[in-house]
Design a protein around this ligand. Sequence first.
Ligand code: UDP
Length: 421
Amino acid sequence: MDSTNKHIALISVHGDPAIEIGKEEAGGQNVYVRHVGEALAQLGWHVDMFTRKASTEDPVIVEHGPHCRTIRLKGGPEAFVPRDNIFGYAGEFLEELLKFQEQEGIHYSLVHTNYWISSWVGMQWKKRQSIPQVHTYHSLGAVKYKSIEAIPRIANTRLEVEKTVLETAERIVATSPQEQEHMRSLVSSKGNIDIIPCGTDIRRFGAINCLEARQQLGLSPDDKIVFYVGRFDKRKGIETLVRAVGRSQLRGNANLKLVIGGGSRPGESDGMERDRIEGIVAELGMTDFTIFPGRISDELLPAYYTAADICVVPSHYEPFGLVAIEAMACGTPVVASDVGGLQFTVVSEETGLLAPPKDEVAFAEAIDRILSNPDWRNQLSQGARNRVEEKFSWDGVAYQLSELYTQLIQKPAKVLAQASA
Ligand code: UDP
């Protein structure tokens, strides 16, 4: 059996695959679902990606290409709702999904759910119809709640749902061996887990060279550029990066530039962390060499990564961390926290350096080591690109997912065949 004409549903209740990335809570999950969906459609699957309609202005259906579309269903108010408050609307979302399926007369062969809220929708769907479920967590409550002080009210429900899906889904996709280890040690010893990493577009990232990129962005060839991009969230550790650059040996060198990309417009939901970071930059006297370009569009992102001497991912925790592989695909060495998926993507001393999270002294040392040795930086650059080509292209990732889906869809037939033999 091949994938041709088979309909599959990807569910991402709170992470809209068709939305602008980098603002509010839009990040890696949105990127993952969108790219996996598009790549699977190219392999012959008919892909419907279901998400919650979070704005009256957004169209209900977005066609991304042949046989790949985002479908926005009602689930609570058509407005931004923080993800901890979305679960209450998951029941309504499920009913809308089943209604859509019936109206369109589609039979979905498999559902791939993303994040715990969607996993619940998938599990309820399975109670009504026989459909194999694949699940990707993107973030584990059991890990997250260890690192934050204010545990939300939804925590117990989330932990329970995360345990049930691990034990009952036909397959869990862990994006790194570290994530798999956390599932086993913190969630349950039961259930089937495969490791299939996140990917990146190795044609788009890495298509231009550093000089071209700097020209495009109006940056000088002599600049020493330290780059961050991502959501403004305390757990992203941007403060560690700022303090590290503040104590760098290169401080005072007129070429040093710190570029901190991402974030919403002023007044939107991540504004508080952005204000806090800008406050630290000012307090440390770094305003004149720190740039906040705001959200970086898809078109400019490859140029920013390529223009940078180093990309820093200082997260307190990261289940995978797409930014690291995007930078590496552009041949930019990564200095990252020695945690989670970053231990899988970044090979210390080969593609960049790992440093203990929240340790600004260690981050400063790592940044200085790379910036002060251009030859070694170039070796790391080559190592970074090679690693991404080998392990993290979307095409390779989608191929592995496609094989997994095919195997799971075939399973009931096999079981029946064995039973009647
Ligand atoms: N991103 C972007 N523009 C921005 C900020 C972020 O395109 O201004 C993208 C970034 O390229 C990456 C994703 O958002 O693909 C962030 O994913 P990651 O896994 O690093 O972190 P998450 O947001 O999931 O915690």
